[in-house]
Design a protein around this ligand. Structure first.
Ligand code: FAD
Length: 343
């Protein structure tokens, strides 16, 4: 039986690892990069691009019996997957391609996202000559990015966020701490406004404000590329283009397709921890499908969010509290080491 896994991030790499060395299945992992990349540490690369080598792990170093194809997936149908180089048939498919962060501006010059090591290295180069940095979005990523830059450089940082408080899905206490930390580091915060356009180096907000900036870091608008999927019935997709799954994490209309990580429509925060929890259920259910046994159901267990604010500060956010200080920063560092060690 051939199992094809699309995307070797938090979910896909752990499904591959869990199915490896069993001698039962023919497992293929397809990813556009030859390595797993630990995304929660990407903000660190803005000021220290060499740190990249510490947050990647090549698939060949932890997968023995899984065939790895370093190719970009360009089409997925209910029967096969196409990369630029080939078409791959499957008996069971695991879709774990993660999310995209599309930039909704016509002029994207000097606008970057923090969504891959390669992209952040480009951003780091672009920052060298910049005095003014604009961060669009004050969710988890925008807040961490602002703290990273403000705590380690002399740049003028402005953060625009469309809600009345930062990281607004977290407890108020956590937002307040993050806002106070950033203000004390000199970050100019503009809340309840959106960046809606650009004219040269001036960014326009929904309230008519103009912000001049050399570099813009786009940290908003999680999205999914529906155009990859062809031949699937419309009910497979939510309005946000995530894929609808049942309790067993199967695509609703296609029981031989499992979906995990950010691209699934499970009702929870899109986090590495949740993507990893999906991988446990998916790997188990792939084996159970092979053995014709009843499938396991997924249920979410709430886990605290750990938000870093520079290297030595951070906060643990677990409703209804937010606990600030150096301990969260240390925990975040240990999580990075742990995630890479267990692969
Ligand atoms: C800057 C940043 C900070 C974050 N901080 C935290 C945090 O502190 N804690 C936390 O829990 N979560 C955090 N997250 C979220 C977490 O990283 C995601 O929830 C998690 O990575 C989702 O896992 P996934 O398996 O769905 O996809 P991903 O980990 O995104 O993996 C997707 C994989 O698919 C591959 N891929 C994508 N498209 C294609 C294609 N067309 N062809 C081939 N390969 C493809 C990619 O190369 C990648 O390896 C952060 C994310 C970012 C970007």
């Amino acid at each position: 039986m051939r199992v094809v896994i699309l995307g070797g991030g938090f979910c896909g790499s752990m499904v591959a690892k869990r199915l490896d060395n069993r001698g039962l299945l023919d497992v293929i992992l397809i990813d556009k990069e030859p390595y797993f990349e630990y995304y929660p540490s990407l903000p660190k690369l803005i000021t220290d691009p060499d740190y990249h080598k510490k947050i990647i792990k090549s698939y060949s170093s932890f997968l023995n019996d899984v065939e790895v194809l370093t190719e970009k997936v360009v089409k997925v149908t209910p029967d096969n997957v196409s990369t630029i180089e080939r078409k791959v048939e499957f008996d069971i498919l695991v879709i774990s391609l993660g999310a995209n962060y599309p930039i909704y501006l016509d002029d994207k010059k000097n606008v970057f996202t923090v969504s891959s090591g390669k992209g952040v290295k480009e951003l780091s180069k672009g920052m060298e000559k910049a005095d003014d940095v604009l961060i669009v979005g004050g969710g988890l990523i925008g807040t961490e990015v602002a703290a990273e830059i403000a705590s380690k450089t002399e740049k003028n940082v402005t953060l625009v966020h469309p809600h009345e408080r930062l990281i607004e899905r977290n407890p108020k206490m956590a937002s307040l701490f993050a806002e106070t930390y950033l203000r004390n580091k000199g970050v100019k915060m503009i809340l309840d406004e959106k960046v809606v356009g650009r004219e040269d180096d001036e960014y326009l907000t929904s309230e008519g404000r103009k912000i001049e900036s050399d570099v813009c870091i786009w940290s908003t608008g999680l999205s999914f590329d529906r155009s990859l999927f062809q031949g699937f019935a419309d009910p497979c997709f939510t309005e946000r283009n995530t894929l609808k799954v049942n309790d067993h994490l199967q695509l609703k209309a296609n029981p031989n397709i499992f979906v995990g990580g950010d691209i699934s429509d499970t009702d929870e925060e899109k986090t590495g921890h949740n993507a990893d929890s999906h991988s446990k259920i998916i790997a188990e259910n792939v084996l159970r499908s092979y053995k014709n046994r009843p499938l396991k159901s997924y249920s979410n267990v709430n886990f605290p969010m750990i938000i870093s604010l520079g290297d030595v500060n951070g906060l643990i956010s677990f409703s209804p509290v937010g606990i600030p200080g150096p301990v969260p920063a240390l925990v975040k560092h240990l999580l990075e080491k742990g995630a890479l060690l267990r692969l």
